[in-house]
Write a protein of this length. Structure first.
Length: 143
């Protein structure tokens, strides 16, 4: 699977009586068996403000998580790619909705966030990143 892009953004109200402005969307675009696909992950915006509290591997982290040249990689940029790393079967889905902090924390549990920098470096410096195994991005248990 080749990762082409991963980005996150805040939704804006389409109508005055809607609640889109309470949500963020994170997207990862990838090629799988020659077909381009995008996984859209919708979650409550408040989690961006509190992620360091409920994701053990990110304690003390703040946005941006890291920079690639001038590009700032924020928490919302990481959500969809982390979900795909943690659950590779999501490559067959178009959308997922995360409605609890516990569920979101579960996707980040055991993922080596600093190593995900390699994916973003590939995207921004080489136009993509070949993901051969999600296992490369999981924390190894200490013996």
């Amino acid at each position: 699977m080749r990762i082409i892009n991963s980005r996150g953004y805040e939704l804006e109200k389409a109508q005055p009586n809607t609640s889109e402005d309470f949500f963020n969307r994170s997207e990862v675009t990838f090629e799988d068996d020659g077909e381009e696909k995008t996984l859209h992950v919708l979650y409550i915006r408040y989690y961006d403000e509190t992620f360091a509290e409920f994701i053990p591997t990110m304690r003390g982290e703040t946005d941006p998580i890291f920079k690639i040249g001038e590009k700032q990689i924020t928490f919302k940029d990481l959500v969809a790619i982390t979900c795909l790393i943690k659950n590779p079967s999501f490559r067959h889905r178009k959308r997922i909705y995360i409605n609890t902090q516990e569920e979101l924390a579960g996707y980040f549990e055991g993922v080596n966030i600093p190593k995900t920098r390699e994916i973003f470096e590939g995207i921004y410096n080489k136009g993509g990143y070949q993901l051969t195994s999600s296992l490369h991005f999981l924390l190894q248990p200490s013996s």
